[in-house]
Design a binder for this molecule. Sequence first.
Ligand code: PLP
Length: 394
Amino acid sequence: MTDKKDPTRIVEAGRRKEWTQGIVNPPVWRASTILYDTIAHLRATGAKDTHHTLFYGRRGTPTQWSLADALTELEPGAEATLLYPSGVAAVATALLAILSPGDHLLVPDSAYDPTRSLANGLLKRMGIATTFYDPLIGADIAALCTPQTKAIFMESPGSLTFEVQDVPAIVAVARARGIATLIDNTWATPLLLPAIAMGVDYSILACTKYIGGHSDIMLGSVTAAQGQYERLRAATYQLGQCASPDDAFLGARGLRTMAVRLRQHGEAALKIAHWLKTRSEVARILHPAFPECPGHDAFVRDFKGPAGLFSFVLNGGGEAARAALIDGLEHFGIGYSWGGFESLALPVDPQRYRTATKWEAEGPVVRLQIGLEDPDDLIADLDAGLARFRAAQG
Ligand SMILES: *Cc1c(COP(=O)(O)O)cnc(C)c1O
């Protein structure tokens, strides 16, 4: 079992015979009421932890458990995984599982904006204080830890700007102080960054992205390290969090091809990023595999490869020039989210969200999700886009 490689694991994981009945892809089990044979049976099942036991629809069915277990198997050292109706719900539940009024939280300045909103909104209202930190802080995060600090949140690479964090250094600081660590691992997935094996306590995924892979589900997950599951389970049950069996089914279906998709997304994105770097209209590439990307050394050391999402900074130009580039693209859709089979281009303005660090750029920024189209078609599309950008710049 231990020498299985990831692509093999991803095909086989979570497909327990008692859940699949021999059907290759675990089917959709929809439920609210579960019927018991007797009162004694009902009472015996009502034990606290009903993960893997049919109890009531909200606690899941084999459809959700199968995907949850598959994600646990992908994170060596993990105890268990629970599913959520979105990635944001997964982030929120994990933080609420750990934090209490009076506690202090550390969040990178490059975090996904809804994570920042949670910290500045609901968590603040609950009396939980957040300090945003420079994503490149590394071991110096020790200076920001107080006796009240109960959780360090990480997201690597950062949303929009792709700084890579020194996860082992931050984990070491947290462990020495009994502080819980969480990582939003949506970009890398456990295939490219086995976060739990690196000592992180909670690995969070927006399964909406690469796990689903087809832009047609909303789903999140939290995988807990050994000994970290119980409080996550309690908070999840108390908040009534559950993922729909239909989305869990599609998540499991998507997962089986994720290793192949991720390799293609990653290679195509690298090719396109290298091409963009040769262009005079482009000032900078924000991609962890590029030496100029802040934290690149940590990327080389810790990650098994690149994913298919990155940004680039245009050389001068304003809103209208950026719009000329993006609006006319043929193969790139304009829309939120990413991780599907289709390419997307999004105008992003990272400087708007920063509070702990200043983020400056030579011009407007474009984020690209590279899909499974032929990269040469995408390059031709971007070539025409850059010509429009030049024309609009005048
Ligand atoms: C999309 C995203 C999320 C949120 O996922 P949803 O399923 O859309 O709620 C969280 N973190 C990152 C890094 C994301 O890109």
